[in-house]
Design a protein around this ligand. Structure first.
Ligand code: FES
Length: 149
C-alpha cells in the first residue's frame, strides 16, 4: 500500500527465536559474550538491552567465560544439615571470593547445587567430574590447595 510507513522493530516471531539462539550460543561458546549479543541484536533487530534483560531473567545464561575447574557445592537438605554451607564458605575463603563466583583468572567457579544423589555421604561437592564426600571445611580447603599446587 502506498504511503504506508513500516516500522522496524522486533515482532513476536523474532522474540520467539531469541531464547533458542541464546541457548545455542551458550552451548557453543560456553557463555554469552558482548560480541555474540551484538550479532544477535543485529540479526533479530532486537536491542542489546532487551536481549540482556531477557537473558538475565534465566539463570542458565552466563556472561563470563567458563572457569577451568567447576566446583559445585551441594546444598540439598542432607548436605545442608551436615554443614554444606560451611564447606561453601571454606571454598570461597580459600579462593578469596566474596560476591563473585568465579576467580579473576578463570581457574575456578563455585556454584550451589541441589542434591547430587549421594546424601548418605553428605556433605558432598563435585569438582569437575569428581565427587567428594563427607567433606569438612578443612578437607575441601586441602583439596583445593592441592589442585593449585
Ligand atoms: S543433599 Fe547433597 S547429595 Fe543429596
Amino acid at each position: 500500500m502506498d504511503g504506508e510507513v513500516k516500522t522496524v522493530s522486533a515482532d513476536n516471531s523474532e522474540r520467539s527465536e531469541l531464547i533458542p539462539i541464546l541457548q545455542e550460543v551458550q552451548e557453543t561458546e560456553g557463555f554469552l559474550s558482548e560480541k555474540s549479543l551484538e550479532k544477535i541484536s543485529k540479526s533479530l533487530n532486537i536491542s542489546q538491552t532487551e536481549i540482556y534483560a531477557v537473558a538475565t531473567f534465566y539463570s542458565q545464561f552466563k556472561f563470563t567465560p567458563p572457569a577451568r575447574h567447576k566446583i559445585k557445592i551441594c546444598l540439598g537438605t542432607a548436605c545442608h544439615v551436615k554443614g554444606g554451607e560451611k564447606v561453601l564458605e571454606a571454598v570461597k575463603r580459600t579462593l578469596k571470593l566474596e560476591n563473585e563466583d568465579t576467580t579473576p583468572d578463570l581457574e575456578y567457579s563455585v556454584e550451589r547445587v541441589a542434591c547430587i544423589g549421594c546424601c548418605a555421604l553428605a556433605p558432598c561437592a563435585t569438582i569437575d567430574d569428581h565427587v567428594y564426600a563427607k567433606l569438612t571445611p578443612n578437607k575441601i580447603q586441602h583439596i583445593i590447595t592441592e589442585m593449585e599446587g
